[in-house]
Design a protein around this ligand. Structure first.
Ligand SMILES: [Zn+2]
Ligand SMILES: [Zn+2]
Length: 522
């Protein structure tokens, strides 16, 4: 079964068109090049590149003589230069994007949704009969689940009103979908594509959640980070990078994270920061993150050493004889610390298992293997600078063995210059720590690696989550990144007391939450 043909249209049941990349077409006096249309998951913003027609370029006049003339000649030269620069820029830059918005972007699986596509400067919308919307599901089937041939789309009915086009489609299953808008009268083999809209449909459990990205491991002047950089500066820099939250985790210092929380409590911002510290407990060289705990874990074993000793001894007594005695203490101490973090409402993280200072793993493989196999932490750092390669391999191996392990990506930055290469994407009910913690435990998260040169993002996590995460990184987060970049710059200035920056932050507050309200189906 296939969907009915569009009302009032004469198009057959299935349009079969194979697009090429890039496409060039001639419309009137302008040349448009469609960048990557129908080519792949990336770069499909439906942008057009416009060149001026030759007859619009001003002609040089014959110069006269004398100083007034040479002044005129100088002006003419400048004008000519300006025209040449404009012409050059117009070739390189998109003058306008014809499809500028798609609402909603995230819809419920297996239900019908009405989607509005908004165009800018699209004269063809004035001729609705010449506009055709086509649909394809990422699985290659139409909305009823019937296979379509390679390059084929399913035509769907649409309503045009001013600069908007509305369609109703049943989005089958949990996957990505594409709506392509073409000029009906154009060459079927090389249609004039007015825009390509991407959507993702979700089952109820994921649909109830919203994405939040953050970095949860960084150092400042409160430990061995940059001596001129405060925890709040590190968090503000994370906002510039597009994050929704960041957690300062100085060595043996819960106070650093509280300093950031205090600074941010005075600023009008949607950027969140929570308590954290990197824990180094007595007799245990395993590095541990305590995230969101209600108290300092360092203070606990410092002030209540007896309680710590008893907790470690109890854990040590439970360990099997297969573990050599000399390796039992760090394992038992890690278990005791992780339990204490959880008792304080926090998330217990096993840091960088494969960190290799001075040519060797920082903890014996006997210890790291046992900690990974027993998985008594809430999350492990799959990505942490140069520990990442083996971290990724072991994470995949453990999952292949059937272990359910939450993996996170962090930068462990000791300077604001090094905050970019990794982060964690989490789906949560709201942007507060209890909700983030609950969903890390449910493994509704994945580590994201950013290539420092190409900026390509790689998601490392469970398939269902990661496939959705990829869609969000390509299609939702670009909408947020520009806002975050500006807000991050204002935050940095606001931390130095800049009143204008505080006013700008106030005006911008609510923008990133509003994106989630706008782009998720009501
Ligand atoms: Zn560490
Ligand atoms: Zn660290």
């Amino acid at each position: 079964m296939r969907a009915s043909p569009p009302a009032g249209g004469s198009v057959g049941s299935v349009l079969c068109q194979i697009t090429q990349t890039p496409q060039a077409e001639c419309r009137g006096s302008q040349v448009n090049v469609h960048e990557n249309e129908g080519a792949n998951e990336d770069g499909d913003l439906g942008l057009t590149f416009q060149t001026y027609p030759a007859h619009n370029v001003p002609q040089m006049q014959t110069p006269g003589e004398g100083s007034a003339v040479s002044e005129e000649r100088c002006v003419m030269k400048k004008k000519t230069l300006a025209v040449v620069v404009c012409l050059f820029c117009s070739i390189l830059s998109p003058v306008y994007a014809r499809l500028v918005d798609t609402v909603p972007m995230i819809v419920r699986a297996d239900s019908e949704a009405t989607v509005t596509l908004t165009f800018a400067d699209e004269p063809l919308l004035a001729k609705p009969d010449d506009v055709q919307v086509e649909y394809i599901c990422a699985d290659g089937l139409d909305s009823a689940g019937v296979p379509l041939g390679y390059g084929c789309f399913q035509p769907v009915a649409s309503v045009v009103r001013d600069n908007t086009l509305t369609v109703s489609v049943r989005f089958r299953g949990e996957t990505a979908h594409t709506l392509r808008v073409i000029q009906k009268s154009s060459d079927p083999k090389k249609p004039n594509v007015l825009g390509i809209a991407r959507l993702y449909s979700l089952c109820p459990d994921f649909f109830a959640l919203r994405p939040y990205r953050g970095n949860m491991h960084m150092h400042s002047k409160f430990s061995d980070g940059n001596k001129n950089e405060s925890p709040a500066l590190m968090v503000a820099t994370c906002r510039k990078l597009g994050h929704d939250f960041a957690i300062e985790t100085d060595h043996r210092s819960y106070a650093g994270s509280l300093d950031a929380i205090e600074a941010f409590s005075k600023l009008p911002t949607d950027m969140k920061t929570f308590p954290g510290e990197e824990v180094h407990s007595p007799g245990n060289n395993v590095h541990i993150l305590s995230l969101g705990a209600s108290e300092s874990i360092t203070d606990w074993f410092t002030k209540s050493k007896t309680e710590y000793d008893q907790a470690v001894a109890a854990e040590q007594a439970k360990l099997p004889d297969t573990i050599p005695d000399r390796f039992k203490y760090p394992i038992a101490a890690s278990f005791a610390v992780w339990d204490k973090i959880r008792a304080c409402g926090g998330i217990a993280v096993f840091c960088h298992p494969y960190w290799r200072p001075a040519y060797r793993q920082y903890i014996p493989a006997v210890v790291s293997d046992y900690l990974l196999q027993t998985a008594k932490f809430d999350a492990v750092e799959v990505l942490n600078t140069d520990s990442s390669e083996l971290g990724i391999l072991h994470y995949h191996e453990l999952r292949a063995q059937g272990l359910k392990i939450a993996g996170i990506g962090v930068t462990d930055a000791h300077s604001s210059k090094h905050l970019e290469p990794a982060y964690t994407l989490i789906l949560a009910e709201t942007l507060d720590f209890p909700s983030l913690a609950k969903n890390i435990r449910l493994r509704n998260c994945a580590a994201v690696d950013i290539d420092p040169v190409s900026k390509r993002q790689t998601v490392i996590g469970e398939f269902r989550f990661s496939r959705y995460a990829l869609f969000l990184l390509h299609h939702f987060y670009p909408l947020q990144n520009e806002v975050c970049k500006k807000e991050g710059e204002w935050l940095l200035k606001a931390l130095e007391g800049d009143e204008q920056a505080i006013a700008s932050l106030k005006a911008s507050q609510g923008t990133t939450p509003a994106l989630r309200t706008k782009y998720w189906q009501k």
